[in-house]
Design a protein around this ligand. Structure first.
Ligand SMILES: Cc1cc2nc3c(=O)[nH]c(=O)nc-3n(C[C@H](O)[C@H](O)[C@H](O)COP(=O)(O)O)c2cc1C
Length: 437
């Protein structure tokens, strides 16, 4: 059976706070301790990585007001992933920790320096989720009126990727000599300026950080458009993807692997991690009831629409919840996110807006049942798709301790019994962990 990798996609936001599942101490989430507990549970379960999502604005695309964003904790509050990554790395010893940082907003030198510093703190377990961002509201916080057009953002990201890699290479691996005889800390002949002058960026270099254990952080990416796939195939150690169903997963994986091979890379060096939102309980009926409780939360539908409205900059409050959604919508935001949302699943049905928000929670795979049922289904999906793993995302998104326990202490042991996921860590850096099998 195909052995596969596991990650978890989350962000630095309030956990569930208004349901029966929320415990009073989650009010103190902003100190990061809730997520430290989560990371430790994940490490006990043998996850490859925890991936912290990010965006940098308070959204108002839904109805032209910030009300929905603030009421439902969608986009705000959302705290900075990098300091949380440092805390999680410090409180774990094997788990990979990935932070999202945008090529549209971080100056390349600052990003290269921050990633190098955090990778050293994390002992080589740090990853960078490379995004170019999709929201003009975010651009307006950084002196721009709007983001560049979708494909142009990838042109910028490609050059950005080149410059930061040159910065990480600006110190040769053996530049630190610490020679007590000559009282020399670093050999100046092994540290080089990069004198980068591109279309969008200019940087002299070198970095003023020593090479980190991985030298470059592990790279995660989520490009799903043709331009995005091309970038990811050339750059990523792991690609995270949300796909509606098996056929789309397989097509995506095959396409990215072919692009990687064409770019001269070994396709096995890239792990495809597909988002999945398992819901488990001792019986299938109880698991279904659990999912229904999440979908039946009074905020569920509007919260989803605030989210998708902001990623796509389409005001979904304009549409009737119980009418089929018009198919001709377009966006300069996340194109593939819009397309996937509008499709609902791979059945070709014209769903209403309300139905589409519900289908989103099932993510096309329907992983609802007992730990045994869901584990078996995940193993079967991987067998069919060919690899390389899943990225857990909780339906309804905000986390609860009970959901984390369901996954780490219910589902994962079942996957381990099937022999399809790791039971222990064999490598020390995140890149090596991803390439272990
Ligand atoms: C699992 C996953 C995680 C993502 N995380 C982020 C994120 O943290 N921040 C962000 O701005 N975009 C994020 N994105 C959006 C991607 O960067 C990208 O815009 C999206 O997948 C659409 O691809 P495309 O731009 O090639 O159309 C994520 C996408 C996926 C599927």
């Amino acid at each position: 059976m195909t052995k596969f990798h596991l990650g978890w996609f989350m962000n630095f936001i309030p956990p569930e706070w208004d349901t029966d599942d929320s415990s009073p101490d989650v009010a103190a989430w902003a100190n990061g301790d809730f997520y430290v507990d989560m990371a430790r549970s994940m490490e006990r379960a043998g996850f490859d990585l925890i991936m912290i999502e990010d965006t940098v604005m308070v959204a108002d695309a839904y109805g032209g007001t910030m009300e929905g964003s603030l009421k439902h904790c969608q986009f705000a509050p959302k705290h900075d992933p990098l300091p949380l990554a440092v805390k999680l790395a410090a409180k774990t010893s094997r788990l990979g920790v990935v932070a999202t940082l945008s090529t549209s907003f971080y100056p390349p030198y600052l990003l290269a320096r921050a990633c190098s510093t955090v990778d050293s703190i994390a002992g080589g377990r740090f990853g960078w989720n490379i995004v170019s961002s999709a929201e003009d509201r975010a651009a307006q916080n950084f002196g721009m009126d709007a983001l560049p057009a979708h494909d142009e953002r990838y042109n910028v990201a490609q050059e950005y990727f080149d410059v930061v890699n040159q910065l990480w290479d600006s110190w040769e691996r053996d530049a630190v000599v610490m020679d007590r005889e000559t009282h020399t800390y670093a050999d100046f002949a092994k540290v080089h300026t990069i004198d980068f002058e591109g279309k969008y960026f200019k940087s002299r270099g070198p970095l003023n950080t020593i090479p980190s254990p991985q030298h470059r952080p592990a790279f995660l990416q989520a490009g799903a458009s043709p331009k995005g796939r091309q970038f990811a195939a050339g750059a990523a150690d792991a690609i995270v993807a949300s796909m509606n169903g098996l056929a789309a997963m397989k097509e995506y994986r095959d396409d990215v692997r072919a692009r990687a091979a064409a770019a001269g890379r070994d396709p096995d060096d890239i792990k495809l991690l597909f988002t999945a939102g398992p819901v488990i309980a001792p019986t299938k009926a109880e698991a279904e009831a659990k999912l229904e409780r999440i979908l039946g939360h009074p905020s569920y539908v509007e919260k989803q629409l605030v989210g998708i409205a902001s990623n796509t900059e389409i005001d979904f409050s304009r549409f009737d919840l119980d009418e089929p959604l018009p198919r001709e919508l377009t966006t300069n935001g996340e194109q593939s996110s819009l397309q996937r949302f509008m499709e609902g699943d791979d059945s070709g049905t014209a769903y209403t807006l309300r139905e589409l928000t519900m289908l989103r929670a099932r993510r096309g795979l329907d992983l609802v049942g007992t730990p045994q049922e869901v584990a078996r289904k995940m193993a079967d999906v991987m067998e069919e798709v060919g690899g390389d793993g899943f990225l857990i995302t909780k339906p309804g998104w905000n986390l609860s301790r009970s959901y984390i326990t369901d996954i780490c202490d219910g589902l994962i042991p079942e996957l381990q019994r099937l022999g399809v996921v790791r039971t222990q860590y064999g490598k020390s850096t995140l890149r090596e962990t991803l390439r272990e099998f």
